[in-house]
Design a protein around this ligand. Sequence first.
Ligand SMILES: *Cc1c(COP(=O)(O)O)cnc(C)c1O
Length: 430
Amino acid sequence: MDRTKSDNMHSVAIEHLVGGVNSPVRAFKSVHGNPIYFDKASGAHVTDIDGNVLVDFVQSWGPLIHGHSHPEIIGAVHEKMLNGTSFGAPHLGEIELAKKVKNRFKHMDKVRFVSSGTEAVMSAVRLARGYTGRDLLVKFEGCYHGHVDSLMVSSGSGLATFGIASSPGIPNDTVATTLICPLDDIEAVEFLFREHGDEIAAIIIEPLPANNGLLIQRSEFLSRLRSLCDDHDSLLIFDEVISGFRFKHGSYSDICGVTPDITALGKVIGGGLPVGAYGARDEIMQKLSPLGPVYQAGTLSGNPLAMAAGAKTLDLLDEQAYDYLEELGAFMEERVGSVLEKHGYPMRLVRMESLFWFSPGDADPAIRADHIPKDAGSLYADVHRELLDRGYMLAPSAYEIGFLSTSHDESHILGFVEALDDSLSNLDWS
Ligand SMILES: *Cc1c(COP(=O)(O)O)cnc(C)c1O
């Protein structure tokens, strides 16, 4: 597959944009080659500037649950756009999307819209701290919550500890407000609560961790987090920026049977436009300005185009859409599983409805970050390159998950499985 124009464009891009990109995951640093410059996209396909057509399993990293340029979503945005792109004032679209969100997230009495997942999480954390009057947060190694200062913290060497900044530029005082635990380790969380229980504002977790592999948690673990929070008057924040609206039977909290206090959303609720949201019961949301003292604002918050894209996206997510995604996911899981097995390639496909991940190694898939085999990156990079050359695009990192959309069908999966079979035959890996 010829990517000369993309490669040339990359040498132009690096003159003007840092590393040629506006978000580091796009840089292809952990796989071979340069980023690919897109020209257009429709349904399951993207077309790059060399004219190559690729089947896309990245789907803008999650928002596009109906694929690229869905005509009804584009139509809804277009119609709104003719009336203005931003009001900076209330409008009906905000109420409409808030109702749809509440319909799905029953524990939310009120919703606040923002413009990204990062902003949603950052604001949820401020609200939790403002509500409890406490500073400390508990977060889990391997969960990503956007590039929020107090959440860009990882464990150093110790187990349940204060963490270390995962980027320069984060003040030590900020890092010192975040306690880090491994996923699936209830003793570690209990220890933190014994030591600091009356200073902990909130536990924040992706209930379905999906930014460092797909690490499906035991529901007993999540429910123990709930009871620890209850015992210490701390809040439980679920970051459902990826998992929100991915499941037929409600939110991930419905699936695991654990109700959080505050939920952060993003990705799917914007249907491909920049939207984030957070919500909770009234007692908590009333602390937020203009009703309460906790300040949070946004020039483009509740933007009419974004609200319209989100509302149409959620409308299209009826029961049939979810059934379809589950069927397609099961089909993919079975076919991909048998190809991996046939070649004895040390990878497993982990899947939950329309989300999937190539888990490295032959053992049972990891459910905590430090149990993911260390050679994950190299195993994946070769497969990624081979698949790309055959027209199938997965995320350019072993730790990122894949996304199915309602625009994918069995032919895309069969093509992918054939390309995978061919790729593995071509790789000299054992
Ligand atoms: C993507 C993501 C974020 C950050 O959202 P942005 O829109 O990229 O700022 C936060 N939390 C989770 C779980 C995410 O998947």
